[in-house]
Design a protein around this ligand. Sequence first.
Ligand code: ADP
Ligand code: MG
Length: 238
Amino acid sequence: MSIVSIQDLRKEFGDVIAVEGANFDIEEGEFVSVLGPSGSGKSTILRMIAGFESPTSGSIEILGDDVVGMAPFEREVNMVFQDLALFPHLTVSENIRYGLQQRGVPKDEQQRRTTEMLEIVDLVGYDDRNIDQLSGGEQQRVALARALVNEPSVVLFDEPLASLDRKLRQRMQFELQQIQEETGITFLYVTHDQEVAMSVSDRMVVLNEGQIEQIGTPEEIYRDPESQFVAQFIGDLN
Ligand code: ADP
Ligand code: MG
């Protein structure tokens, strides 16, 4: 069974067709990147899967369940936003455990899982730090820990590294890939950085003007682009 399956997904905002006839299946444990120029519908697809937008038509299944109409917190999905959306008035540990608290997870279990997460994202000893005392890269790790702590089936990333400088972005990218392998959680990762996507993804979805141009492994897409758009977009790499 696919972890995420979207069929004939469409989203209109007034006269704008943001997503048109999108289809794909994501299997358990895959790292799938969504690539495309600005305005091609990447965020809209993620936001529909997460439950922040409802589709105009089409279906979204998560673990075989139709989730259209379900609230975000009812879905086996968490999202990491570009601006991270951390709570600035809470500590690192309070930020990470927030979702567990909301779900009524017992205190000692919250503590155990938060400690485990701090290890995974390499922030041991940061429990009581305030968010504004952290560097951009450290804040990034807190956002990641917060998304992983309740062990969702899928984590959606909407260009989470865009604000970091190139060197840090590449390091975080590598760490993300390692964490994904360690946890086995499925990642759906929006980026406009083709180079990064090529190096970390199992498969890539290439979008153009709301439509999926091609889906495949980085190698397939690089070697055998199905349209001129894909060839050019991937070719921008060089
Ligand atoms: P991307 O993330 O690839 O840059 P988006 O999914 O944000 O693209 O946007 C796709 C299209 O939908 C764009 O034309 C954008 O202007 C439009 N759009 C996105 N969100 C809204 C909204 N809330 N209201 C109106 N138009 C929107
Ligand atoms: Mg976007």
